[in-house]
Design a binder for this molecule. Structure first.
Ligand code: IMP
Ligand code: MG
Length: 185
């Protein structure tokens, strides 16, 4: 059957089984690292982090709470700065004295997450760490290191498994590379 996403898909970068296996490993590692935590809060960054969060939390056997935050960055490029990021939706949960783990789909320049981490840090969590599914390390413009990384990937525009192509195809169970020739035509 011809699916709507087929013409945008150049190749599957990470298939469903590989994704699920990695998410299991990450979830089990997080469970070990937070085994002694009595107040773990997972903060999912909308919208891209949603599918990763819901799969990841199934493997986290430490009692925890979840919350959501949305951030948008403007003016990407060489002059992009953290000041160009805005919190569009904030968490409702208190942050102070809690073990906060931010769950994100992808880090590119790092501006968005840098701002989000600074914002959360100012609220004085007990600990603050970052877990990203994908990391485009070569694209970094600000110093930002993720504590947990699913996959380091090259500088290609990807979609699926939470990541969108013009707000669509977030539901795909795999990560695909966008066929740029279709986009520009
Ligand atoms: P950063 O501030 O440059 O790190 O931007 C990160 C944000 O850009 C992510 O949260 C995504 O929303 C978006 N983004 C970056 N690369 C991709 C991609 O390859 N596919 C889809 N969204 C992306
Ligand atoms: Mg995102």
């Amino acid at each position: 059957m011809e699916r709507a996403y087929h013409r945008f898909l150049k190749e599957v970068l990470i298939d469903e089984a590989t994704l699920q296996a990695r998410v299991e490993v990450l979830g089990k590692q997080i469970s070990l690292d937070y085994a002694d935590s009595s107040d773990l809060l997972l903060v999912c960054i909308l919208k891209g982090g949603v599918m990763f969060l819901t799969d990841l939390m199934r493997w986290i056997d430490v009692p925890h709470e979840i919350d959501f935050m949305a951030a948008k960055s403007y003016g990407h490029g060489v002059r992009a700065a953290s000041g160009n990021v805005r919190i569009e939706m904030d968490v409702t949960a208190p942050i102070a004295r809690r073990d906060v783990l931010v769950v994100e789909d992808i880090i590119d320049s790092g501006h968005t997450l840098h701002f989000v981490m600074q914002t959360l840090l100012a609220r004085q969590p007990r600990t603050l760490r970052l877990c990203t599914l994908l990391d485009k390390v070569s694209r970094r413009e600000v110093p930002l290191q993720s504590d947990y990384v699913g996959f380091e990937i090259e500088n290609k525009f990807v979609f699926g498994y939470g990541l969108d192509l013009d707000e669509r195809f977030r539901n795909l169970p795999f990560i695909g590379v966008v066929d740029e020739t279709v986009l520009s035509s």
